[in-house]
Ligand binder design. Structure first.
Ligand code: UDX
Length: 486
């Protein structure tokens, strides 16, 4: 087989996707991979062995991609011992660090040995679509092998922009944070966010007490690498984050906004096929909750999910549980096996009884379908970016209990800018507060939120419909991917 570097120009394009092996990242990147496959762009989706092992158990996912002739899954080791845990936030950081140390030579070898990442119809990778978190590594490989690199950031544009501005914030003396009493201080040095950004809203990596924090510097460096990439992709839409996107484009002029990707994919699938099921879960979904929702009154259920990575203490779990029960609302709650730190304990009988009466607990739900269900009237979320977009599209107002990464700034925008929910951050996680907020969301302020959620959902839909900004940007991206191979 010829080397990648000797490639001939007349093969069709092949895009190599390289995601961080976490559900939120894989979801968004698989959505785009499928959209490209539908446009006859061949795709190689590079998973870690661990994730690929999980995906292989989801036969409907395997069958779906097998239907696209140019779609390949390939694997790469994450560098950790086989039995090392890979779930939860701390573990994903360990996986990331290990991959940053070990994958570059392996990936470079795979790219150099022609057909490993391709097929007969398109043997060579013509563009690397790297998770932005691997941006530095991908740019180095791209430079060395002369392959264009596009960065895909799965976080919100607001979070990306704050990372970009960190050096200016530090220079102005607005970081570090001096203590808990400093959390409401306004950070003024992020263009476009002068009045709304408090210390507590900064992404978790930026909530530093020491300006030499190595993790923060790594995030800043990797973010700035996006300005060197061929292009940047963000899973957002112009009507949602337009003012911030204008600022981002001063640094990364070729920024494609193609979100909400799950809605864009659904729109394209509806036009093409009879099925629109777009699940990309690497975990097994418990679909019994859909039947449970079917038997509940309209907009009566609050859905609770803290995403794929959040880990909470048992005390926090109990405060949420009591609060939900005390609110007297019906609830559907995703309780992942690895969601609570520490030992299992006895569940108070009153919680067990109330849950039996008006609750439903599952280990993993078909979330997009749940949010679109007519019985769901609210979402208590950790404000992960995918969950936020899914809720916006489904017109479901949110209570935000952010935990880490971009969630802290996403929740600020939900509560303060888009007004499609309430930010619980800054409050203690206390059963009375939970009960009150659930009641406000589902009853007292329901109409107030309804106006904003309806308008934002309308704009999201417009962006993915034919002629909308995300729809057109995807077409341009496809053109771009076809032209870079020549
Ligand atoms: C993380 C970050 O929080 C997020 O902000 C970043 O952009 C990507 O990485 P995660 O914490 O898992 O992701 O949250 P989120 O972005 O909301 O992604 C979770 C995904 O899992 C969503 O697409 C959601 O639909 C799906 N999910 C969640 C299910 O399908 N079923 C569930 O039961 C729970």
């Amino acid at each position: 087989m010829e080397h990648q570097t000797d490639r001939k120009p007349n093969f069709p394009p092949r895009v190599l996707f390289f995601p961080l092996p976490a559900q939120g990242h894989i979801n968004a990147m698989l959505h785009l991979a499928e959209l490209l496959a539908m446009a006859d762009i061949d795709v190689t989706f590079l998973n870690t062995d661990h994730v690929q092992g999980q995906l292989q158990q989801r036969t409907h996912i395997q069958a779906k991609y097998a239907a696209y002739p140019g779609f390949l899954f390939r694997t790469i080791p994450d560098g950790l011992p086989k039995d090392e845990p890979r779930s939860g936030e701390q573990s994903i950081l360990r996986v990331l660090n290990s991959m940053l140390k070990t994958t570059k030579p392996i990936l470079k070898d795979m790219l150099l040995s022609g057909g490993v990442l391709g097929s007969d119809r398109s043997p060579y990778v013509t563009c690397i679509m790297a998770d932005g978190i691997f941006g530095s590594l991908a740019n180095e490989i791209g430079d060395e092998l002369n392959i264009p690199v596009i960065h895909f950031r799965t976080i919100s544009a607001c979070c990306f922009w704050i990372y970009f501005a960190i050096p200016d914030i530090i220079k102005a003396g607005e970081l570090p944070i001096r203590g808990d009493e400093d959390m409401d201080r306004i950070i003024t040095r992020v263009p476009g966010m002068e009045a709304i950004l408090r210390c507590r809203d900064l992404p978790s990596f930026a909530q530093i007490r020491d300006v030499e924090d190595p993790q923060l510097h790594r995030i800043v460096e990797v973010t700035r690498q996006s300005a060197r990439a061929h292009a940047l992709i963000l899973n957002t839409f112009e009507d949602l984050e337009g003012p911030i996107l204008n600022h981002i484009r001063t640094q990364c002029p070729k920024t494609y906004t193609i979100g909400p990707l799950h809605a864009l994919l659904k729109h394209k699938l509806t036009k093409r096929l009879s099925t629109t099921r777009s699940s990309k879960s690497i975990f097994e979904e418990d679909r019994s909750c859909i039947a449970w929702l079917d038997s509940q009154p309209l907009k009566s259920v609050i859905y609770i999910s803290f995403g794929s990575l959040t880990v909470m203490t048992r005390d926090t779990l109990m405060e949420f549980w009591h609060g939900l029960v005390n609110s007297n609302k019906r609830f559907l709650w995703v309780m992942r096996e690895d969601m609570v730190a520490g030992e299992d304990g006895e569940i108070p009988p009153e919680l067990v009884a109330a849950t039996k009466e008006r609750g439903c607990l599952v280990g993993w739900a078909p979330q997009e379908e749940v949010l679109a269900h007519p019985s769901v009237g609210g979402f208590l979320t950790h404000s992960g970016w995918n969950s936020t977009l899914e809720s916006i599209v489904a017109e479901v107002p949110m209570i935000c209990w952010p935990n880490a990464i971009d969630q802290t700034i996403n929740s600020r925008y939900v509560g303060e800018v888009w007004k499609v929910g309430m930010d619980m951050k800054g409050h203690k996680c206390d059963r009375e507060i939970v009960a009150k907020m659930v009641n406000d969301l589902m009853v007292e302020k329901r109409e107030e939120f309804q106006r904003c959620t309806a308008e934002m959902a309308r704009l999201a839909k417009l962006s993915v419909d034919e002629g909308g900004s995300s729809y057109c940007n995807l077409d341009q991206l496809i053109e771009d991917l076809r032209s870079v191979q020549q």
